[in-house]
Design a protein around this ligand. Structure first.
Ligand SMILES: NC(=O)c1ccc[n+]([C@@H]2O[C@H](COP(=O)([O-])OP(=O)(O)OC[C@H]3O[C@@H](n4cnc5c(N)ncnc54)[C@H](O)[C@@H]3O)[C@@H](O)[C@H]2O)c1
Length: 307
């Protein structure tokens, strides 16, 4: 692909928390979008999440007389723009691939190597929260067409997107990706390729510290959340960590510690939660217990652990 031409067709790899949001936002902005995950169950869950989100946006549109949300027509065109697949080769003809698989360098590198071998030659961006863009780009045959495009959760509602250039990213790639961000209605935040980039360098230590405050029994999980809501935050740090995914939070803590030193070390309780498989909203249990994505109470194991 000539990187100066406009992007029309978008591939998304990974249909989890972020991939589903990115695919929805791309399709809502009018892009032909094809998403790939490795198992049919993940595809069904991802599609259902998108349908539920669109339904809520349509209700919001009706409630606000069209000031917020989306119309029925946009809902229909978004769904018409979306395709799913289990096969990577169906993404080869896209203009850009947005990678949103698990936060593991080895998995991402393996995927980029496979894309190179399949002959993919379009733009490739990673939604990584923390892994070095220069390092990841080295696994793609065309590192000049690679960069970081870090969306925020939930993607259809959050305006910001952090753009990170690797050492080899070309100007054409940066121009095309920042234009795509704007075409998706996003506000661009440019960050350097350093541990945690800009946003997570500031934000993840805050979540990690809140988990330490709970672990040291200074505040209960509910009070830790209440305290920052009183400061004007929309969601408290413990609920936010559950929402992001505790495995992802732990991974980013580890990257920050590796790059910046032991002050960034993950809270022992965070490690234990991940060891127990309590990953937050996506597994139905984290610091809180969830039913249909809504928290119902504090995880009883946490109460026992910190007693
Ligand atoms: N969760 C957040 O709030 C957040 C915010 C910004 C960025 N991120 C980043 O986005 C990426 C995805 O995070 P997530 O929270 O959506 O993870 P997730 O665990 O919810 O989803 C990952 C999905 O990728 C799929 N997958 C794994 N390997 C695959 C492959 N080779 N091909 C296709 N699909 C594959 C998994 O089956 C799963 O459905 C990570 O790099 C993460 O750091 C997450």
């Amino acid at each position: 692909m000539n990187t100066k031409t406009r992007i029309r067709k978008i591939g998304v790899i990974g249909f989890g928390v972020m991939g589903s949001g990115i695919a929805q936002a791309a399709a809502m902005s009018g892009f032909e979008t094809i998403v790939r995950d490795v198992h049919i169950d993940f595809i069904e869950i991802g599609m259902q999440k998108i349908k539920n989100s669109l339904e809520r946006l349509v209700q919001n549109y009706a409630r606000t007389g069209g000031k917020k949300g989306i119309s029925k027509e946009t809902e229909a065109s978004t769904l018409a723009n979306l395709k799913t697949t289990l096969y990577l080769k169906e993404l080869i003809e896209t203009d850009i691939i947005i990678e949103a698989i698990v936060e593991r360098q080895d998995e991402k590198a393996k995927l980029f190597d496979t894309l190179s071998k399949l002959g993919y030659s379009g733009l490739l961006v990673s939604n990584t929260s923390s892994i070095s863009i220069t390092k990841l780009g080295a696994s793609f045959k065309y590192p000049e067409r690679f960069m970081g495009m870090h969306f925020m959760n939930p993607v259809p509602l959050q305006k910001g997107v952090e753009l990170i250039r690797g050492l080899s990213t070309s100007d054409d790639t940066y121009t095309a990706v920042s234009r795509l961000a704007k075409d998706m209605g996003k506000t661009v935040i440019n960050a350097k390729d350093k541990a945690g980039f800009g946003i997570n360098r500031m934000f993840i230590p805050f979540l990690n510290e809140a988990i330490k405050v709970v672990e040291e029994e200074i505040l209960s999980p509910e009070d830790a959340d209440k305290a920052t809501i009183c400061l004007g935050h929309k969601m408290g740090p413990i609920a936010t960590a559950d929402y992001i995914g505790l495995d992802t939070v732990l991974f980013i803590c580890n990257i920050l510690e590796e790059g910046l030193g032991s002050a960034y070390k993950a809270a022992p309780l965070l490690k234990r939660m991940v060891d127990a498989g309590y990953l937050g909203v996506k597994t139905g249990k984290g610091f809180y217990v969830y039913e249909e994505g809504k928290s119902i109470n504090v995880n009883p194991d946490i109460r026992r652990f910190i007693k």
